[in-house]
Design a binder for this molecule. Structure first.
Ligand code: SF4
Length: 247
């Protein structure tokens, strides 16, 4: 039986594109981002904190929320990294699609296999992240390479899929002039990109980390200010007019 390992879910979400969404947060992630707001799901010894949901459980939840979805809302699978469960996720997507629901996947795009490819075909919308455009800096930030993520985004664009990129602006970690220039040049190779959303970095999760005894690795930077976000937007706008700041 198809079962997803779900950490939690949120109803009436408005930031997970498009329209009003039911967001299902799937457990586990292969990245180890220094700024992760959910470090409680990263150490393997804490991975027990999840529940199983069948495809039918998720469909029942979606049916309950349906009246709020309107014309373009639906269900977004987010995480952590939903495509780590692509083998089961594809069956859930098929069932939702069969029942007339629109779906979206929010992903860091660090995995490649046939199930992932099928999930991408099935979902109506995709929200890929770029964590860092510079490959060495990406490794330092996430403990993973960015080549898979970037090549997947190119593929999305070739497929003319509906997609928006998300980019977290962390002062001095992801907003240097060279990083933004390289990012802008990459965006110029994506004619079908709908938009890039700049997300502010905030450090509200410090106390969560402290409680878990996980060291806070970014003492040397600070929450991004609106001026810093505006500066990144302005620099990126030299390359594309599809830049938006998300609140
Ligand atoms: S991709 Fe997301 S969930 Fe995974 S480590 Fe990075 S911030 Fe955390």
């Amino acid at each position: 039986m198809t079962k997803l390992r779900v950490h939690s879910y949120e109803t009436f979400a408005t930031q997970d594109w498009p329209g009003i969404r039911l967001v299902i947060f799937l457990q586990w992630c292969q990245f180890r981002c220094l700024y992760c707001q959910n470090p409680d799901t990263l150490p393997i010894q804490l991975w027990e904190d999840w529940k199983e949901m069948t495809a039918e459980d998720i469909l029942a939840l979606a049916v309950k929320e349906k009246e709020y979805f309107g014309d373009n809302g639906g269900i977004t699978f987010s995480g952590w990294e939903p495509l780590l469960q692509a083998k089961d996720l594809k069956d859930v997507l098929k069932l939702l699609q069969k029942n007339g629901f629109h779906t979206c996947i929010d992903t860091n795009w660090g995995i490649r296999n046939d199930d992932v490819a099928e999930c991408i075909q099935l979902a109506n919308h995709i929200l890929p992240d770029i964590k860092q455009i510079n490959s060495q800096k990406h490794k330092n930030l996430t403990w993973n390479d960015n080549q898979l993520s970037l090549s997947f985004i190119k593929k999305l664009d070739d497929m003319q899929k509906n997609y928006r990129i998300r980019y977290v602006v962390v002062p001095e970690l992801t907003d240097t002039e060279q990083d933004i220039k390289k990012l802008g040049e990459f965006l110029q190779t994506l004619p079908n990109l709908q938009r890039i959303e700049l997300l502010p970095y905030h450090n509200l999760w410090i106390s969560k980390r402290e409680k878990l005894g996980i060291k806070y690795p970014l003492e040397w930077t600070h929450a991004s200010t609106s001026t810093e976000l505006d500066q990144v937007k302005s620099r990126l706008t030299e390359y594309t007019d599809k830049v938006f700041i998300r609140g």
